[in-house]
Design a protein around this ligand. Structure first.
Ligand code: MTE
Length: 331
């Protein structure tokens, strides 16, 4: 993000490249929900089902089945970004700074065996294996907007469960006020580590109540499949009301602390990146207006920029976390 990226790396999808091996049929979801006795389907969830019905499972990686989340805000009704766009236009600086680098280079990332160290102010610290973490809660599909600080956005159907489920299991101590996330930093497989734009490893942090908010997702998959390497396999964070850089990829350590962590971007450029980094159209980044955004996939001369929404559209769910705070100061 310190380096202005051009769109040169973008590859546009052609419909024939997306294999409609299995379609997320709205009908099957509906039958399942009716069978489960789910009543009171809202208009939003109908629309979300429509969006899903248009979205074929790409059939590239192993399937990761999930049930549509019933959580408010977890079924954005915007049309999902194509799998092709979501997996070829990425920010994953461990594999280079160009948007096309991760898709080209992240095949070297070794995602098995994988474990996550959980430490700090927690009653059940330890090194937890990926296979265990996959079983800690039921997988949900959540369609979230992802808004990057650079001024573009996507809509992605993630698969995972609330980070709060993990937090509950490991039992943080009462003194834990923040959570710090560390991601994989392996010089032998990540060519981007040769660059010094970041003091590796990539580190992010959340306040405890943000980390425990049900919308904060521990994602293991997207589009009904396990995560592609370039999107942060085998597990990452997705914090939908914050700029995309808060959603750390390829997590290897989760630490509970009592002091506000310093994230990698804050360390590199404190005047540009704050700890909170909530999506806010009223507070510009020094180099990018945050008032509007380009939706990836909406191209052409007539494509309009969209207005950026406060908290990326999740204000009803998360606004109260910041009541009384000066969001210009705590950017
Ligand atoms: N996590 C790590 N480890 N390294 C990164 O460079 N980039 C962040 C975030 N997580 C990044 C990361 C940024 S800037 C964005 S916008 C999102 O990942 C992009 O996620 P996506 O490529 O899956 O769309």
């Amino acid at each position: 993000m310190l380096i202005r990226s051009s769109d040169s790396g973008r590859i546009h999808p052609v419909p024939s490249e997306i294999t409609p091996r299995e379609v997320f049929t709205g009908r099957r979801d509906l039958l399942r929900q009716v069978a489960a006795g789910a009543a009171g389907l809202t208009l939003a969830s109908w629309a979300a089902r429509d969006a899903r019905a248009q979205m074929p499972r790409p059939g590239v990686l192993a399937a990761l089945p999930a049930t549509p989340s019933g959580l408010a805000g977890a079924q954005v009704i915007d049309k999902p970004t194509s799998y092709k766009d979501a997996t070829t236009y990425n920010n994953f600086y461990e594999f280079g700074t160009d948007k096309s680098d991760p898709a080209r280079l992240a095949h070297t990332l070794k995602t098995r065996p994988w474990s996550v160290e959980i430490d700090g102010l927690v009653k059940k610290p330890g090194r937890y294996g990926l296979e265990d973490l996959l079983k800690w809660s039921a997988m949900e599909e959540r369609i979230y907007r992802l808004r990057c600080v650079e001024g573009w956005s996507m809509v992605i159907p993630w698969v995972g469960y609330s980070l709060s489920e993990l937090i509950r299991r490991v039992e943080p101590q009462p003194s834990a006020r923040y959570v710090e996330f560390y991601t994989q930093a392996d010089r032998t497989t990540m060519p981007g580590l040769r660059s010094s734009i970041i003091d590796w490893p990539y580190v992010e942090g959340l306040r405890m109540d943000e980390a425990q908010h049900p919308l904060t997702l521990l994602a293991f998959g997207m589009y009904g499949e396990v995560l592609p390497n370039q999107n942060g396999a085998p597990l990452r964070l997705v914090v939908p009301w914050k700029y995309g850089f808060k959603s750390a990829k390829s997590l290897v350590r989760i630490r509970f602390v009592d002091k506000q962590p310093v994230s990698s971007w804050e360390k590199s450029a404190p005047q540009e990146y704050g700890f909170y980094s909530n999506v806010n159209p009223l507070v510009d980044h020094p180099r990018w207006s945050q008032a509007n955004e380009r939706r990836i996939g909406e191209d052409g001369l007539l494509a309009k920029r969209r207005k950026t929404l406060m908290f990326n559209g999740y204000e009803p769910q998360v606004g109260s976390l910041y009541a009384g705070m000066d969001l210009k100061k705590f950017f």
